[in-house]
Ligand binder design. Structure first.
Ligand SMILES: Cc1cc2nc3c(=O)[nH]c(=O)nc-3n(C[C@H](O)[C@H](O)[C@H](O)COP(=O)(O)O)c2cc1C
Length: 204
């Protein structure tokens, strides 16, 4: 079954501009895949805890050596990873906050990068284990950067590390530069969204 994992990382939850664009994508995806399943993960409503040493150590301990708290930490991470494994498509609402990704998204990433499960090291380097998936990222920002900021490359590096290399970005920039600029940016992003190959091809 086709499965979409819909992640929103805006601190404003459903009210975020990035969330709105990602939701429009999810709605169109549902039309293309009426029998598909959508998994929603809202990182504002259910924040992932910061990764700390206890949690990190728990990931590498054999099950029989884990304390109940460590076992719970591993099961929580496992659940996040299962959602990624089940999905063939990932849609991410991605605001730019202080020149980086939302801290909730970083915490999420810290819980899904697990050696031996989502990536592994070989003599030739690392290999991502979440292959055969596509990602669409709705990147919203107050200013205008036109690719000159580090956030998109960071996302490509991280998802690529896990094996997700087919990534499309839709930008809505200049959202803080007045109402006209905001409306123009959203309209342009919506036009790009409607023309996304991933929706066209699967509709055929
Ligand atoms: C805490 C915070 C930090 C922000 N930092 C930046 C920034 O570094 N650069 C920028 O262009 N816009 C910045 N903005 C503006 C957001 O990127 C913009 O409002 C975006 O649409 C937010 O998406 P959202 O509504 O989905 O949360 C910031 C907004 C907030 C709330």
């Amino acid at each position: 079954m086709n499965t979409l994992l819909y992640i929103q990382s805006s601190i404003f939850s459903d009210a975020g501009t990035s969330s709105g664009l990602a939701r429009q994508f999810a709605d169109k995806w549902r039309q293309v895949h009426p029998h598909g399943s959508v998994i929603e993960r809202d990182l504002a409503r259910e924040p992932v805890p910061h990764l700390d040493a206890d949690r990190f150590h728990a990931f590498s301990l054999p099950a029989e050596q884990r304390s109940p708290a460590q076992q719970a930490a591993v099961e929580y991470s496992d659940r996040l990873i299962e959602e990624l494994q089940r999905a063939d498509t990932l849609v991410l609402g991605l605001p730019l906050y202080n020149f980086g990704v939302p801290s909730t998204l970083k915490a999420y990433f810290d819980h899904v990068a697990r050696a031996g499960i989502t990536f592994r090291y070989t003599a030739q380097g690392s290999v991502g284990l979440l292959t055969g998936k596509r990602a669409v990222v709705f990147a919203t920002r107050g200013g205008i950067y036109e690719g000159a900021d580090t956030q998109p490359q960071y996302i490509r590096n991280f998802l690529g590390f896990l094996g997700i290399e087919a990534i499309e970005f839709v930008f809505a920039e200049g959202l803080a530069l007045g109402e006209a600029s905001k409306q123009r940016a959203i309209a342009q992003a919506q036009t790009e969204l409607a023309g996304l190959q991933i929706l066209q091809r699967q509709a055929a």
